[in-house]
Design a binder for this molecule. Structure first.
Ligand SMILES: NC(=O)c1ccc[n+]([C@@H]2O[C@H](COP(=O)([O-])OP(=O)(O)OC[C@H]3O[C@@H](n4cnc5c(N)ncnc54)[C@H](OP(=O)(O)O)[C@@H]3O)[C@@H](O)[C@H]2O)c1
Length: 285
């Protein structure tokens, strides 16, 4: 990579940010497209967020990704928001156009594109989503935008679930339930699509969300976790003959949508996916 006085600067705000895979993915994309740009990590602590956003304008940083814990708080420091970012109250991508900052949320579109790629249809489907965190908002939005018949949301913290239910209820038919074995068992009788948006399944030895032997055979099961590539939920679902999808596609496509917002060019999706696969799984999968 040759950095000169003309090289454009992009980056990611996070705290911590060391674990982020975005620099790897976006630098590979710039290089593949021959764009004179560099993408760097910025470790921004919550108390410095406002100054850091001011710094983006002062330093003419052309674009940003935003990760935990800044996705919600950055909203108040931006000039404009896309419809999705406004509804979700969260931003993961910022574009700087002549000093005016617009916030976008590419997680929902990234999730949808990953499903299109996997041939998963949403129209008229009965969906059951576990989790009510930041990712759940974007995924739930995407499911409803994709035309699911209804969305049942299950979360351990019921009041957090209710908040998400209220937000997503503006877009379609959404009901919220507490994470209880007997409740989940009933919900599993009426489902075409299960989506896990909780962090359960990332660590070896994590408890199961519910009794996975109850997954109906032949449905679609999606886990937005990308490491490990096959969580216990996905393994159980695959063994039941279900179609399974992990979170790598969502990760790649949320980055691809951000790249397209910044550059106006089509993202080199396969290059981005390969660089992530190599980093995460050493090329195995
Ligand atoms: N593929 C992608 O591009 C992508 C993008 C974003 C996130 N993700 C993944 O999505 C997951 C969630 O991210 P997030 O940003 O939404 O996190 P978050 O806001 O912290 O939400 C975490 C969710 O997990 C639930 N949870 C955590 N521990 C649990 C447990 N022991 N039992 C039951 N539920 C539990 C929480 O339930 P409570 O509300 O009850 O605490 C909450 O619903 C992470 O694994 C992350 O890596 C993937």
């Amino acid at each position: 990579m040759k950095v000169t006085g003309k090289t454009a600067v992009y980056g990611i705000f996070g705290y911590p940010v060391k674990h982020s895979l975005s620099p790897l993915m976006q630098n590979a994309a710039f290089s593949e497209r021959g764009i004179d740009a560099v993408y760097v990590p910025f470790e921004v602590s919550p108390e410095n967020l406002k100054e850091a956003v001011g710094g983006v304008k002062a330093l003419k940083v052309k674009g940003l990704n935003v990760t935990v814990p800044h996705k919600e708080r950055i909203v108040e420091y931006l000039d404009y928001l896309s419809d999705e970012a406004e509804l979700l109250g969260a931003v993961n991508t910022v574009k700087n156009e002549n000093g005016e900052l617009t916030g976008y949320n590419t997680d929902a579109e990234g999730f949808l594109r990953s499903l299109v790629e996997e041939g998963v249809e949403l129209e008229g489907k009965r969906a059951l989503m576990f989790g009510a965190g930041g990712a759940a908002r974007a995924v739930g939005y995407a499911l409803l935008k994709g035309g699911v018949k209804f969305l049942n949301v299950v979360n351990r913290n019921f009041s957090r679930g209710k908040e998400v239910g209220e937000l997503l209820g503006k877009l379609g038919n959404v009901l919220v339930y507490p994470l209880k074995e007997s409740t989940v068992e009933v919900l599993l009788r009426d489902v075409d699509l299960i989506v896990n948006t909780t962090s359960l399944g990332m660590k070896p030895g994590d408890p199961h969300l519910f009794d996975y032997s109850k997954i109906p055979s032949g449905i679609t099961v999606i886990d937005i976790i990308y490491n490990p590539p096959e969580t216990p939920l996905l393994k159980a679902a695959r063994e039941k003959g279900c179609k399974t999808v992990n979170g790598l596609g969502m990760l790649v496509h949320q980055g691809a949508v951000a790249f397209e917002i910044w550059t106006g060019e089509k993202a080199p999706v396969e290059t981005m996916r390969e660089v992530l696969k190599r980093e995460l799984y050493g090329g195995n999968t």
